[in-house]
Design a protein around this ligand. Structure first.
Ligand code: SF4
Length: 191
């Protein structure tokens, strides 16, 4: 069974796929406890893999994109089975991970790694997208893990002005490699 926090239909507000309609499956629990974490990933319900696939359909209709997030979505043993079931159901699966838990993922799964205190280099190497959280500083220590990516996203923590300024200055200084990622869903008041 999967431990769930919530399932809802919204848009991807951050990163490469900003603006794309998506069903979010927020899995409960996380293996880290970051100081700045503002996500409620508490356990609200449990469901089978088939039950989650059914609710995704009821919630988002034919929406192709399903984003598994958390907490840490790869912390649950049945997440890989959920990925398979969603793909079998015709969904395009995206994963938002802190990159600490190694998993072998199908090639067509989009993996966004947002490293925090540490990252598994194998997951960093698998990442399709890297989102570095700028919280008073750019966490440059993670950059060597993402040499394979053309661009790196800098996301100001909490959209705070100070963090926006730091991220923007860094992107301006390294324009060939860095982009801002803003939490646009918060601008328009959606989850
Ligand atoms: S890894 Fe993400 S979800 Fe987990 S505690 Fe840190 S910010 Fe929160």
């Amino acid at each position: 069974m999967l431990q769930l926090s919530e399932i809802f239909y919204s848009i991807q507000g951050e990163g490469t796929w900003t603006g794309t309609p998506a069903v979010f499956v927020r899995l409960a629990g996380c293996n880290l406890s970051c100081d700045f974490c503002d996500t409620d990933y508490s356990l609200k319900s449990i469901a089978s893999v088939e039950g989650v696939v059914r609710v995704v359909g009821e919630t988002g209709g034919s929406c192709p994109m399903v984003i598994l997030t958390g907490g840490e979505p790869l912390a649950q043993v049945e997440t890989l089975a959920l990925i398979e079931a969603l793909r079998h159901d015709g969904r395009r699966v995206h994963i938002e991970s802190n990159g600490t838990i190694y998993a072998t993922l199908p090639e067509d799964v989009w993996l966004c790694v947002s490293p925090k205190e540490r990252v598994d280099p194998r997951m960093a190497a698998r990442a399709n997208e890297a989102k570095l959280i700028v919280d008073e500083r750019v966490p440059e220590e993670h950059l060597p893990h993402f040499e394979h990516l053309q661009s790196i996203l800098l996301q100001p923590e909490g959209n705070k002005q100070r963090n926006v300024e730091i991220a923007l200055a860094y992107a301006h200084a390294h324009p060939e490699r860095f982009r801002l990622s803003l939490q646009t869903h918060k601008f328009i008041g959606v989850r």
